[in-house]
Ligand binder design. Structure first.
Ligand code: ATP
Length: 299
């Protein structure tokens, strides 16, 4: 792998005021987040907090309802393959490999944004693909070496154990030569040994000059790994800071336990809904012919 000098501090990702609504549901609300070169940043939060939706807004899968996302100063295009070409690669919560392709072929497909032959040529393995393959094979093998899968290059990806499939997804994402890698739950389903190996792999990726933004539910993994952690709750950023700051914030624990706390994200909406329900209930109570009114009449 080519080694870049890591200059910490240059803003790689700059997301401002990102809001994503699905009909009446606001999944992400006004989230600001930056990732600088040389950094590993964690994104945590309870189930349904909006983490994956936010990732989808960063990678062109969703166009945010409001807000703006910049990569190295440029506003991101609204198509995911263009976002990859611009320099942001990702893995998915649910592994998305080509099951009947070999490990090496999966990585070669990941290089389509860096070859002129393109995605379909890579998938269909036409003549253009074979030419590009010769040029890309060496790089793909380097990446497989890097993630520890070089000895399985010819295996079908569906035959790999789960932990190795996740590593292969990372190799494929790296094949697009990103400046920022987004990892969505990279250790899901892994045993502790595999999780530790993934931690080392992410550090090694950072050391190659690639900034990393990672969603993960494994808190030990996150707090060992990340320079900074942002906590999403009900679609809003509750707190952001180093591991000690986040671990020391009682609101984070309360949010995970589902306990109420002052100014909790979503509180205003809950209060509005409760007020509307109370109003509706009192209107029903007062209306003649309702159950309650009937009970009154029975007395
Ligand atoms: N395409 C969609 N259409 C409608 N609602 C959606 C869509 N995608 C996500 N949501 C909703 O948005 C909210 C946030 O979901 P999201 O998957 O982003 O959360 P998450 O923090 O990634 O959760 P988890 O940790 O469980 O993966 C949820 O209420 C979810 O049901």
């Amino acid at each position: 792998m080519t080694t870049e000098t890591i200059t910490r501090g240059e803003t790689v990702l700059d997301a401002r005021g990102v809001t994503m609504r699905f009909g009446g549901l606001t999944a992400v609300r006004g989230v600001d987040l930056t990732v600088n070169s040389g950094e590993i940043v964690g994104l945590i939060g309870p189930n349904g907090a909006g983490k994956t939706t936010f990732f989808n807004c960063l990678t062109g899968l969703y166009i945010p309802t409001e807000g703006e996302v910049r990569y190295k100063g440029n506003v991101l295009p609204a198509k995911s393959f263009k976002v990859t070409a611009a320099g942001i690669a990702r893995t998915f919560q649910n592994i998305r490999l080509f099951a009947n392709m070999t490990v090496l072929e999966n990585v070669l497909v990941g290089r389509h944004t860096r070859t002129k032959e393109g995605f379909w040529s890579a998938v269909l393995r036409g003549p253009g693909f074979h030419k590009a393959e010769r040029a890309s094979r060496e790089r793909a093998m380097e990446l497989l070496e890097f993630v520890g899968l070089a000895n399985k290059a010819d295996h079908l990806s569906r035959n790999l154990p789960y932990g190795e499939q996740r590593k292969l997804e990372i190799a494929r994402a790296l094949a697009s030569e990103p400046g920022l890698l987004l990892l969505d739950e990279p250790t899901a389903g892994m045993n502790p040994q595999e999780t530790r190996a993934t931690e080392e792999l992410v550090f090694a990726i950072r050391d190659k000059g690639i900034a990393v933004l990672v969603i993960e539910h494994d808190m030990r993994f996150i707090f060992n790994l990340c320079d900074r952690v942002a906590v999403l709750v009900q679609g809003e950023k509750l707190v952001e800071g180093d591991s000690a700051t986040v671990q020391g914030d009682d609101r984070v624990v309360a949010a995970y336990l589902g306990e109420p706390f002052e100014d909790a994200p979503g509180d205003e909406e809950v209060a509005e809904v409760e007020a509307a329900e109370a109003q509706a209930a009192s209107a029903t109570d007062a209306a003649p012919g309702t159950d309650n009114a009937g009970k009154e009449n029975d007395r």
